[in-house]
Design a binder for this molecule. Structure first.
Ligand code: UDX
Ligand code: UDX
Length: 458
């Protein structure tokens, strides 16, 4: 079968995999190939056991794989035959040298750019899918234009706004798609090619076209605003615990103002995920590098407030458990950075557990999807950690439960049975406010919600 266009995506991760699967589903006349240097990942994409868990993803992959959707490690062939190349390789925060801990590590991106030059022999559109610092496209453009083969590479910024756990829904019916290009004639033409892809299923008004820099910066700003809301409500949760105010009542009352809106106002033990922290750090780094100290400091506080919230959760446990958790068993309910995903990147569970390990607690972690990743994250420091798929087993013999992820599974457990199996006094710290606190108190637990009065039998 001949296809109208060949689309390639480099990087078969959380972003590349689902995005390309949906493009293949909606654009049957295009051939969509996803390449990755990681052989195992590609093998998983080609198996029944996909490397990531996303509701709806399996159905989409199964209906297109082998027809117009292909997963391979053959980067060379992929690049050669592609008309449009999406680049979705990871851009972690730099861990070394200038900008360490702040700036993005662009080595994979740059390496990819060189591969694109090496294996190309005709003009191509290169789409930035990875979140990149503003003006990276310019630098990448220079690298690509430095090719000696006289090939024209048009660079487009098309940031993703997928949230994990709802990636397929976000792709199919997202609020908007953003396509940034250089305002030149060829740049606008390239942008139009990308618009055409999304126009297969999204109405025109949801497809926003901007200049390159606005598109790149919008992605960082969107994530910074979302994270800022969480830090804002979390800061107020601390204040609520000192007063008689209730954070859920405040979220509800404040969110009713349509100018503010009700979403992203759930107080939590802290936000995690691969994007929020990294993108804000990037924003801070960029602002600082332009001499905008106040702007940088302002956004940096969003991260500091998140660190504070994680620390506060553990400090509260310690204080309430008579200032020591040494040798006590503590069950941690949830390790994923949020419900409905097995992803643990930047999960608040990591910091919470590290701090509890420092306090010499014995930890038992339960999570429906994230235990494999938890073992990787805690490798080398987990001699006093056990991993239990069964929450009842995790809680048995423990002195306290800390709820870190808002899995529905935790809401419907038999807490009487759990209480009966625990050491007394039994404590529960609900870092997500998902449980019925009154009911737990009536069973006999000492209950510490977030941003609300505690319910104790002392
Ligand atoms: C990544 C970035 O982290 C994010 O900033 C961006 O918005 C989208 O891409 P994600 O898909 O979640 O997000 O990353 P990850 O799951 O780590 O996938 C990246 C993939 O790229 C990995 O499978 C990795 O093996 C692959 N890769 C990396 C290559 O194929 N080639 C490389 O040179 C480097
Ligand atoms: C986020 C953005 O939502 C998405 O648009 C972007 O492309 C990538 O980053 P994601 O990291 O998958 O997506 O998760 P999200 O649902 O935004 O949650 C991030 C973190 O905030 C989670 O740890 C979550 O538990 C926490 N959160 C979210 C809260 O603590 N309170 C809330 O009210 C909402």
């Amino acid at each position: 079968m001949t296809f109208k266009k060949n689309i390639l995506c480099i990087g078969a991760g959380y972003v590349g995999g689902p995005t390309m699967s949906v493009i293949a589903l909606k654009c049957p006349e295009y051939k969509v190939t996803v390449v990755d240097i990681n052989k195992n990942r590609i093998a998983q994409w080609n198996s029944d056991n996909l490397p990531i868990y996303e509701p709806g993803l399996r159905d989409v992959v199964e209906s297109c794989r082998g027809k117009n959707l292909f997963f391979t490690t053959d980067v060379q062939m992929g690049i050669k035959e592609a008309d449009i190349i999406f680049v979705s390789v990871n851009t972690p925060t730099k861990t070394f040298g200038e900008g360490a801990g702040m700036a993005s590590d662009l080595q994979y991106w740059e390496k990819t750019a060189h591969e694109i030059i090496e294996y190309s022999d005709n003009d191509k559109i290169i789409v930035e899918k990875s979140t990149l610092p503003v003006r990276t496209a310019e630098a990448l453009g220079r690298i690509l234009k430095s090719n000696e083969k006289n090939i024209n590479f048009e660079i487009i910024s098309n940031p993703e706004f997928l949230a994990e756990g709802t990636a397929i829904k976000d792709l199919l019916e997202g609020d908007r798609v953003l396509i940034g290009s250089q305002g030149t004639e060829s740049g606008l033409k390239a942008a139009d090619e990308i618009v055409k892809i999304y126009a297969h299923w999204l109405p025109k008004e949801k497809i926003i076209t901007t200049n390159l820099w606005s598109s790149e910066l919008s992605k960082l700003v969107a994530n910074a605003f979302l994270a800022q809301r969480i830090s804002s409500i979390n800061s107020i949760s601390a204040l609520c615990e000192k007063t008689d105010a209730d954070i859920s009542e405040i979220s509800y009352a404040v969110g009713k103002d349509t100018r503010i809106g009700a979403k992203f106002l759930n107080a939590s033990v802290g936000f995690g995920g691969s994007c929020f922290k990294k993108d804000i750090l990037n924003l801070v780094y960029i602002a600082r590098s332009y001499g905008l100290k106040e702007v940088a400091d302002y956004w940096e506080m969003v991260i500091k407030m998140n660190d504070y919230q994680e620390t506060r959760f553990v400090s509260k446990m310690l204080k309430e458990m008579f200032n020591t958790v040494a040798d006590k068993k503590i069950a941690i309910f949830g390790f994923a950075f949020k419900a409905n995903t097995g992803d643990t990147r930047e999960s608040p569970a990591i910091e919470v557990i590290k701090k509890l390990i420092e306090e010499r607690a014995n930890i038992s972690i339960t999570d429906p999807k994230a235990l494999d990743n938890a073992k990787i994250d805690l490798a080398g420091i987990d001699s006093n950690v056990s991993y239990e798929i069964d929450p009842y087993e995790a809680a048995r013999g423990s002195s306290a439960i800390g709820v870190v992820t808002e899995w529905d599974e935790f809401k419907i457990l038999d807490y009487q049975r759990i209480y009966d199996s625990m050491k007394k006094p039994a404590f529960i710290f609900d870092g997500r406010n998902i449980l019925d606190h009154k009911e737990l108190f009536d069973i006999g637990f000492n209950v510490y919600p977030l941003g609300k009065a505690s319910l104790t039998h002392f």
